[in-house]
Design a protein around this ligand. Structure first.
Ligand SMILES: NC(=O)C1=CN([C@@H]2O[C@H](COP(=O)(O)OP(=O)(O)OC[C@H]3O[C@@H](n4cnc5c(N)ncnc54)[C@H](O)[C@@H]3O)[C@@H](O)[C@H]2O)C=CC1
Ligand SMILES: O=C(O)C(=O)Cc1ccc(O)cc1
Length: 326
């Protein structure tokens, strides 16, 4: 496995290190002055969120808390999800995607990865505000950033995003304001301006995330290891065990916490996960090769009764896993 470097940054285009030189301070002062003079023009007001499930509805809640004056327009083919958020006053209006996006200052694409890609392609040929920022929350980034090149080529600002938190639950009723608290929120730089980025981060401030800049390919390799392969393994474990205990009268119902903890994510939405696995297949299959090799090695140690190797394998994992909770 290769080592990779990640860093936290403000990511704004044209941002340079070193803020202390007098020319820069004068520039910042003039920018602040202009912003306050033309506040009404600069301030972003309408947020369109496409996909009002767990993630989209959490973002709506977060942004409403950050700035109750913004208007949030929600788009989702699912009537129940949208109606619930309207009733709770988390979103102000529900419109179709085509009717909503021309009104937006920020568009958050929060459907399954395949829908995000489809909607990016649509946005490239739709009438949008000049200063609109398009961002997404998809669990893989390379295919999305590739599609977003269409927007960038058409001078539409795009910023890739991925909150590294969530749950096996889905739908707007499961969303919450603290869903991402303390978690990493990956940002993949596209063509966003510094102002667009800071406005997005201002609206996301109540989420209390750790903003982390990353390149799309590094992201997809890392999340294949941390999220996508664990999902494949949890799913396979559930299906394998269910088949093995099929003829046992007590069966799965006897499972203790260990089985449940290891496989919780297998209860996630299959539509969302099909789109994720298809969008990052190359990295996932590479990582699975590695996993299978280690599994075979562990199996061989058990088969030959190699107490030392079994103990060392368990001890190593125990040390690493315990350090995650510290
Ligand atoms: N579930 C999780 O823990 C996390 C998910 N993600 C990503 O966030 C995105 C959304 O996932 P969830 O909110 O968990 O899924 P979800 O299943 O809760 O919500 C997805 C929503 O998208 C809607 N949708 C489907 N087609 C649409 C269309 N054409 N236009 C508008 N909306 C449409 C669905 O009706 C549903 O309400 C996915 O891309 C996923 O990869 C990212 C981080 C964590
Ligand atoms: O349920 C959990 O614990 C998760 O890990 C949820 C999750 C699902 C998809 C992502 O891209 C990120 C996080």
């Amino acid at each position: 496995m290769q080592s990779r470097n990640f860093h936290i940054s403000t990511l704004g285009k044209n941002s340079k290190p070193g803020n202390s030189c007098p020319r820069r301070l004068i520039f910042q002062f003039l920018t602040a002055l202009l912003r306050s003079l033309f506040k009404e023009k600069i301030k972003m007001k309408t947020i369109v969120i496409s996909g009002l499930g767990l993630i989209g509805s959490s973002i709506a809640r977060i942004m409403k808390q950050a700035d109750p004056a913004i208007e949030i327009i929600g788009c989702d083919p699912d009537d129940d999800s949208a109606q619930f958020l309207l009733t709770q006053r988390v979103i102000d209006r529900r419109l179709t995607f085509a009717a909503a996006v021309p009104l937006a200052d920020i568009i958050v694409l929060a459907g399954p990865v395949s829908v995000i890609i489809e909607q990016i392609r649509k946005l490239a040929v739709m009438p949008l505000k000049d200063n609109v920022l398009v961002t997404d929350v998809g669990s893989s980034k390379v295919t999305i950033m590739d599609a977003a090149q269409l927007l960038i080529d058409n001078q539409i600002a795009f910023l890739g995003g991925h909150p590294m938190a969530g749950s096996h639950e889905s739908g707007s009723q499961s969303g919450r304001i603290n869903l991402f608290a303390g978690a990493t929120y990956f940002l993949v730089s596209g063509s966003q301006t510094r102002n667009q980025l800071s406005e997005f981060q201002r609206l996301m401030a109540p989420a209390k995330v750790r903003w982390t800049e990353i390149a799309a390919n590094d992201h997809d390799q890392l999340v294949s290891e941390l999220s996508h392969v664990p999902h494949v393994i949890a799913t396979t474990l559930v299906n394998t065990v269910a088949k093995s205990v099929k003829n046992n009268q007590i069966g799965l119902q006897a499972a203790a916490g260990g089985f449940k903890d290891t496989t919780r994510i297998a209860a996630s939405d299959p539509t969302m996960w099909t789109a994720i696995l298809l969008s990052n297949g190359g990295e996932i299959c590479k990582e699975l090769e590695d996993f299978k090799a280690q599994l075979t090695q562990f199996e061989a140690a058990i088969r030959r009764g190699d107490r030392q190797e079994i103990f060392e394998t368990l001890k190593k994992a125990q040390r690493i896993r315990q350090s995650l909770d510290r």
